[in-house]
Design a protein around this ligand. Structure first.
Ligand SMILES: [Mn+2]
Length: 339
């Protein structure tokens, strides 16, 4: 992978204060790329601030954002916005558009600072940024960031010049976005993994920390969803699981608890599309997450019917209706989509 890094390198050198952002409901790739970027900026002696719209899920809290606390907009909205406004360089990671930062969108769009986007989603909103690194044919934003950092003059392609916490954050984001090497993996992904493991990243240790460190309530929630809240549409090879506010409350749901659930129905031979629909009463919408097997495009499905988008085999969106109406809506969307 070869990238022209000189513009980005110069922007970092010139910047006095850098604000780094990622998306709402941050996943491993969002938190991993945010932390890796901040750790790198720290190694260059830069003044920076990591900002997220809402909190980091527990299983990712071991990652360090260059030793600084992550400012969470949902917890301290004014401070997050002031810090964003005070920066002269904004770096947005793993977001196809500023709107994916939710409450921070306005601060990003209206800022006069230089803006850089580093992302792997298709059709990014380039118009908001001065410099865009967009690579949809890659596993994750963490992988793209890895290759960008490798190309930086101070790293010079030598993985040993990346700090261990930067290397771990990059590996974590790639590992989670590929569902531990099961999807969106390209040759360069293995090359990145090989280099990071040679650097000393503890692959098994990270798996235990990130993928095998859930609590019992999450397992019970999965049981409840599969047993009682899943609709199956065999005519389309589709399933959908519904997570209500009531169940969230009763089963002690915490953000991030359903991470990976949507992939599980795809383990069934005849299932090619899986959806999980999560009620958000406060937001007044139902959050949609879709996954598919190779050859079935959920990006277009999400764009047409669920006010969202993403990748061919992993997409998301939002719909505005009571949760009870979702199965019928999902079925009619599938009927129209597959004709
Ligand atoms: Mn990602």
């Amino acid at each position: 992978m070869r990238y022209d890094i000189s513009a980005f390198d110069k922007m970092i050198s010139r910047a006095k204060r850098i604000a780094v952002f990622s998306h709402l409901n941050p996943d491993g790739d969002a938190v991993g790329s945010l932390c890796a970027c901040c750790t790198y900026l720290a190694s260059r002696g830069k003044d920076f601030v990591p900002i997220l719209p809402n909190a980091v899920p527990d299983f990712l809290k071991f990652l360090s954002a260059g030793g600084r606390p992550i400012v969470v907009c949902e917890e301290d909205s004014q401070r997050a916005k002031d810090l964003a406004a005070g920066a002269d360089l904004l770096i947005c990671l793993d977001v196809s558009s500023p709107s994916r930062t939710e409450y921070l969108e306005e601060s990003i769009v209206s800022s006069k600072a230089a803006k850089v986007l580093i992302d792997h989603h298709i059709q990014p909103s380039r118009e908001f940024f001065d410099l865009v690194y967009s690579e949809p044919e890659i596993s994750s934003t963490c992988e793209l960031l890895f290759w960008l950092l490798m190309a930086m003059p101070d790293i010079g392609g030598d993985v040993n010049r990346l700090s261990m916490s930067c290397a771990e954050a990059l590996y974590t984001g790639m590992m989670t976005d590929t569902n531990n090497f099961s999807n969106s993996v390209v040759p360069s992904t293995f090359e990145m993994a090989a280099r990071l493991i040679a650097r000393g990243v503890d692959k098994i240790g990270l798996q235990y920390k990130v993928l095998n460190s859930y609590n019992m309530s999450r397992l019970r929630l999965l049981g409840r969803l599969v047993n009682d809240c899943m609709h199956v549409f065999p005519q389309h090879g589709a399933t959908c699981m519904l997570l209500s506010e009531e169940d969230k409350c009763r089963l002690g749901f915490r953000p991030g608890d359903t991470e990976g659930f949507v992939n599980i129905p795809l383990q069934v031979a005849d299932v090619r599309i899986s959806g999980i629909f999560t009620e958000d009463k406060e937001g007044g919408y139902v959050r949609v997450s879709l996954r598919s097997k190779r050859g079935t495009d959920v990006n277009t499905l999400a764009r047409r019917f669920f006010n969202g988008g993403g990748h061919e085999n992993a997409a998301g969106g939002r719909i505005y209706m009571p949760l009870s109406e979702v199965p019928a809506y999902f079925l009619s969307a599938l009927d129209q989509y597959f004709g």
